[in-house]
Design a protein around this ligand. Structure first.
Ligand code: ATP
Length: 134
């Protein structure tokens, strides 16, 4: 399958740059799969694992929301935060998950609830991606 360049960048700098055959990402409107030559597209992303496929292998990157910009021969993800499996501090993610779950169970206003839900999603995504490290 034909490959194209993917870059994942955050305010702290580049996290991933490689040739891939396919990206699977969770846009706010639903999951999207992108192959070489895709029509141009800009879409907001959900918090989730981005899957990058090449040569029969799948790499995962934890992406904490942002924007995907698709051009026919290049894709860029501008993320609020993004981590490769080996960059993830699993204890920190487990603690963040526990904190968020406790907040969701306690009395809260709507703002705290939403914040805790997003924190839980980030933590669960990191835990999921960490499990796929090689
Ligand atoms: P925490 O409550 O543990 O700070 P968070 O979800 O609020 O987690 P973010 O605001 O998404 O953290 O990220 C802040 C910075 O910390 C980013 O640079 C992100 O890549 C990094 N980061 C957050 N959690 C982890 C983790 N478990 N392992 C490695 N880096 C992390």
């Amino acid at each position: 399958m034909r490959t194209y360049k993917v870059s994942i960048v955050t305010p702290d700098g580049p996290v991933y740059s490689s040739e891939v055959e396919m990206i699977i990402a969770k846009a706010k409107s639903g999951e999207i799969g992108i192959l070489y030559g895709h029509i141009p597209l800009v879409a907001p992303l959900q918090i989730g694992a981005v899957r990058l496929k090449n040569d029969g292998k799948t790499e995962l990157v934890a992406v904490s929301g942002g924007i995907i910009e698709v051009r026919p021969e290049e894709v860029t993800i501008l993320a609020q935060a993004a981590e490769l499996p080996e960059q993830i501090d699993i204890e920190r993610a487990e603690k963040a998950k526990e904190r968020a779950e406790n907040r969701l169970q306690s009395n809260h206003d709507d703002v705290d609830f939403k914040r805790a839900e997003l924190a839980l999603k980030r933590a669960m995504t990191r835990i999921d991606v960490y499990k796929h490290r090689s």
